[in-house]
Design a protein. Sequence first.
Length: 220
Amino acid sequence: MRTDADIRRDIDDEDRPAATGLSRRSFLQGSALVTAGATVLGAAAVIVERAQAEAVSGPPVMGPGMVPIALEINGVTRALQVEPRTTLAEALRGPLNLTGTKIACNRGACSACTVWLDGATVSSCMLLAIDVGARSVTTIEGLAKDGQLHPVQAAFIEHDAVQCGFCTPGMVMSCAALLERLPHPSAADVRAAISGHLCRCGTYPHVIAATLAAAAPRKA
Ligand code: FES
Ligand code: FES
């Protein structure tokens, strides 16, 4: 049977330097570190191998230089070159010269940059131009047809729903999209449709009145 003295001697032995200058404890600690290091290096090698394999077999790498893309904007296919980091809003206002779309917060918080993507509203500052693909983009410039303003645009003018105008294109795109999917909305529907839009000029009551007025002729 092991006595307390035996156990104490074992513990002392753990810390006593051997002929090599290493105690048993420090030798075991060093071995554990070497093993852990080898494991980390092994995992890193696997990650590098995987990345190399994906680089060979994965989709082509785009950028960092200019990338040629084609966008269908307001029914017309436009070819342009953009950096991969370019947002749709930047592409519209820059190379495409469609400055009706505004950039205010540039981080998806105000909806000033709202356009339609296949008929659904999106914040164009939150979408990369290279990710649009074959989907059709409609901007504020594409709403008027044959020289006639869209009913929502005309109603905004009629109901004085524009002050500085910075939020207005985005507001119009959301209100027009609402009428596309809900021809006779209630005031609550309009409020919900513009709930993500920030208007520092406080045009909300006028925007709601204009949208309800734009919907009215459709009831006949
Ligand atoms: S500019 Fe895009 S959400 Fe504000
Ligand atoms: S009209 Fe000025 S921010 Fe809305």
